[in-house]
Each structure stands twice: as structure tokens, then as C-alpha cells.
Write a protein that binds this ligand. Structure first.
Ligand SMILES: Nc1ncnc2c1ncn2[C@@H]1O[C@H](COP(=O)(O)OP(=O)(O)O)[C@@H](O)[C@H]1O
Ligand SMILES: [Mg+2]
Length: 257
């Protein structure tokens, strides 16, 4: 990795995660920066979701989960005593595998976060945040005339873009996406991928995918996970064309998955 005096947006060092007695993540260290989309790839059950969730403390919601090691956001320990977890999850937003809009209107889905975080100075300001977020998520034109319809009435692909708009609305620094297209058809998937490419640079983006073509299309850096370990990471093109590790080679050539 190039020497640099800028701190990475997020940095993980020596991270272990346990579910009860069972260790799901072993000694993972990785940096996430603003300029690149980072893909986490690897076979099912290797710990991609578990590790992703350590980055905004979603594992806190799993009673048996225990996280060791150090994870920082702008150099600050996110597991430190001073870290406000609600604030952290606004700064490090998450988009899940299955679109999960609130059973509320499209408008409310996006307005909710800015309202509880006090980001809008009034109704007009909130309207603007909602519009801007929906535009950024590539959904505005499709929903601008039906903002009071339920978010759950949208198609799956639209719901996922609504969830991205909801994450964007609180002005996050990092967006974590856990297989965001796995429940979507190819056209909706292509839209999300386009969106990821557009969002790149505005947010640090981490995407978990088991679709290697997708990783190749949307990411500039890739980390390969296997059996709870991060086996290797590097520029996406290098990981796909010239992996250093045999296990990575086996995976990308489809020997297991
Ligand atoms: N809430 C949980 N409780 C216990 N074990 C879990 C839990 N979530 C995941 N695991 C286990 O941790 C390992 C990694 O799972 P996961 O992070 O979901 O992998 P991936 O996202 O790569 O498919 C698996 O063995 C899985 O069974
Ligand atoms: Mg997973």
C-alpha cells in the first residue's frame, strides 16, 4: 500500500468476531478509502456480512456476537466509549440484501433520518433533502408525483434505490452494501450498479457481492474472504487477473463457490 499521510476513511486492524464460542472472523485488517469502491467477495459463509457489520456496529444487535480488534472512522475508534452508535450508523450507512423500506410513504422513508438527526431547518429544507437524496439515488423522476404512496408499493429495484436514498439523506461518509442486488432482476441490478459508479467519490462504498462480474464492474479494490479470513486484497483488476494466493485463484476460476 502506498505511503500516505492521510488517514483512511475507515481502517480495521486485527479484527476477530465471535458468535458465542464460534469464531467467524479471524484477524482481518483492511482500509477503506473515499476514492474507491471496495468489493468483499468470497464463498457463502466465509464471513463477509459479519465483517461488514463490524464497520457500523450492526453486530451490536446480535446478542451472541463479540468483536475484538480496532476499527476507526477518520482515525476515531468506533468501539470507543465516546462513540454514539446512532450517529455512527448515520455516518456509516447500510443497505441490505433484501430491500427494507419502512411501511411509510416514500417521502417519510427519506425524511425520517434527517428529521431525527435534526438535519433540516424546516419543511422546505426537508423537502429539498428528500428531493436531493432521491435524485442522487436515481429515483426522483419515477416517484416525484407519488411521494405519498407507500415505499413498499414500489418494485424491488425501486425499493432498493429508496433504501439507498434513505441512507444518503443523512449525509453519510461511508455506505455499506450487503449483496444489494441479490434479490433484483438484471435490469434493476444494472441500475444499482450504475448508481454505485455515480456515487463513487462522494462516499466511501463497500459492497459485498458473490457475483464476481459485479465486483469487476463496480469496484476498484477487492478483498477476498475465505473461512473467516481476508486472504488477499488489492486493485480489482489484479485480484481478478493475477491473484497472489492459490485460494483466490481457485475461487475466481470457479473451482468452488
Ligand atoms: N447471528 C449469527 N449467529 C451465529 N452465527 C452466525 C450468525 N451470523 C452468521 N453466523 C455464522 O458466521 C459465519 C459467517 O457468516 P456470514 O458473515 O453471514 O457469511 P457470508 O456473508 O460470507 O455468507 C457462518 O458460519 C455463519 O453461519
Ligand atoms: Mg452475507
Amino acid at each position: 500500500m502506498a505511503e500516505s499521510d492521510t488517514i483512511p476513511k475507515m481502517s480495521a486492524r486485527g479484527v476477530n468476531v465471535f458468535y458465542g464460542e464460534k469464531q467467524a472472523i479471524q484477524d482481518v485488517s483492511i482500509d477503506v478509502d473515499l476514492d474507491n469502491v471496495t468489493a468483499f467477495i468470497g464463498p457463502s459463509g466465509c464471513g463477509k456480512s459479519t465483517f461488514l457489520r463490524t464497520l457500523n456496529r450492526m453486530n451490536d444487535t446480535v446478542a451472541s456476537a463479540r468483536v475484538e480488534g480496532k476499527i476507526t472512522l477518520d482515525g476515531e475508534d468506533i468501539y470507543g466509549a465516546n462513540m454514539d452508535v446512532v450517529q455512527l450508523r448515520a455516518r456509516v450507512g447500510m443497505v441490505f440484501q433484501k430491500p427494507n423500506p419502512f411501511p411509510k410513504t416514500i417521502y417519510e422513508n427519506v425524511a425520517y433520518g434527517p428529521r431525527i438527526h435534526g438535519l433540516a431547518s424546516g419543511k422546505a429544507d426537508l423537502d429539498q433533502i428528500v428531493e436531493k437524496s432521491l435524485r442522487r439515488a436515481g429515483l426522483w423522476d419515477e416517484v416525484k408525483d407519488r411521494l405519498n404512496d407507500s415505499g413498499t408499493a414500489l418494485s424491488g429495484g425501486q425499493q432498493q434505490r429508496l433504501c439507498i436514498a434513505r441512507a444518503i439523506a443523512v449525509d453519510p461518509e461511508v455506505i455499506l452494501m450487503d449483496e444489494p442486488c441479490s434479490a433484483l432482476d438484471p435490469i434493476a441490478t444494472a441500475k444499482i450498479e450504475e448508481l454505485i459508479l455515480e456515487l463513487r467519490g462522494n462516499y466511501a462504498i463497500v459492497i459485498v457481492t458473490h457475483n464476481m462480474q459485479q465486483a469487476a464492474r463496480v469496484s476498484q479494490r477487492t478483498a477476498f474472504f475465505h473461512l473467516g479470513r481476508m486472504v488477499e486484497q488489492g486493485p480489482t483488476t489484479e485480484i481478478f487477473t493475477n491473484p497472489r494466493e492459490e485460494r483466490t485463484k481457485d475461487y475466481i476460476t470457479g473451482r468452488y463457490g
